[in-house]
Design a protein around this ligand. Structure first.
Ligand code: NAP
Length: 272
């Protein structure tokens, strides 16, 4: 039996029109016969606090936060989970009694996808991450929990990469101009930039690649094409997009809202 009035869920971001989250959460909800309404709210930075508070004051059950508001949202909440506090970045909000609590499920979503779908074990490995925005802040604690040997964070704006390397051990900040200081191939190369939205991708030097190197784009869909091409041109044979991470982070958010773990049926094993 479905509830009479749907549970209200929302995604706050800019842009949000392309989001697959409504369909994913609908598929999770239907596994438990839950009736949900998942709204897409395209919102600018200065209106974010008002929209979040208004949503929860009007019977909102739970929310997701996406680009570019993951840092900003953390400031407007009453409490943060350990992962959200450590990263300063929030992708999921739950209302508990009268408190708005912020969580970050991106990191655990990525790590679950790496372990389950890609069968990549982070422990002892060398990682190169392009980007140092909200998504990278969110995934760093979960990645570091699995004790990689080293994480290189390469970002156009060095200060943002440095903010991460100052905060975490085993982490080194770079820009694309200093990538040549890495002297051995990387095991996992992650694209966490928004360059794909503009038809571009970071360039991967061939010296950073061997025949087991994996490329992983946090993005999914057609915007991953430039990174897929860049990875292929550098000699990488194993190239994945972030669709699995999307499904897993959504499943962890769903569990925070409803206390239930949905089964995950990935649309395809996307090895480009
Ligand atoms: P963000 O906070 O806006 O950060 C964007 C990053 O891209 C920054 O590091 C920025 O560098 C870099 N960048 C943007 N334009 C650039 C350019 N022209 N040249 C070089 N670097 C550029 O975004 P985010 O929240 O981190 O998200 C990043 C991507 O991950 C998005 O595509 C998002 O959809 C995806 N994501 C996917 C999932 C999933 O579940 N699969 C989850 C989270 C995020 P600067 O610092 O120099 O500006």
């Amino acid at each position: 039996m479905k509830n009479n009035s749907p549970f209200q869920l929302a995604l706050f971001g800019h842009p949000v029109a392309h989001s697959q989250s409504p369909a994913i959460h609908q598929s999770y909800a239907s596994q438990f016969n839950l009736y949900i309404n998942y709204h897409l709210v395209d919102v600018q930075n200065h209106e974010l606090e008002h929209h979040i508070k208004n949503f929860f004051n009007n019977n909102g059950k739970g929310a997701n936060i996406t680009v570019p508001h993951k840092f900003a949202a953390a400031q407007y909440l009453d409490t943060l989970s350990e992962a959200a506090q450590q990263s300063g970045s929030v992708n999921t909000i739950v209302k508990k009694q009268d408190q708005l609590v912020g969580y970050n499920t991106d990191g655990i979503g990525l790590v679950t996808d790496l372990h389950h779908r890609i069968q990549f074990d982070i422990t002892g490995k060398t990682l190169l991450i392009f980007g140092a925005g909200g998504a990278v802040a969110g995934i760093m604690p979960a990645i570091l929990e699995h004790k990689p040997d080293c994480i290189y964070v390469c970002n156009r704006t060095l200060s943002k990469a440095k903010a991460l390397s100052d905060k975490y051990d085993h982490t080194q900040a770079l820009t694309p101009h200093t990538l040549n200081t890495i002297i051995k191939p990387c095991d996992l190369i992650i694209n966490a930039t928004t360059l794909g939205h503009h038809g571009k991708a970071p360039e991967i030097p061939k010296t950073l690649v061997n025949n087991t190197t994996i490329a992983y784009d946090l993005s999914y869909g057609t915007i991953t094409k430039p990174f897929g091409k860049s990875a292929y041109n550098s000699g990488i044979q194993h190239i994945h997009d972030g669709i699995g991470m999307l499904y897993y982070q959504a499943a962890y958010a769903f569990k925070l809202w409803f206390g239930k773990s949905p089964q995950i049926d990935l649309p395809s094993l996307n090895n480009q």
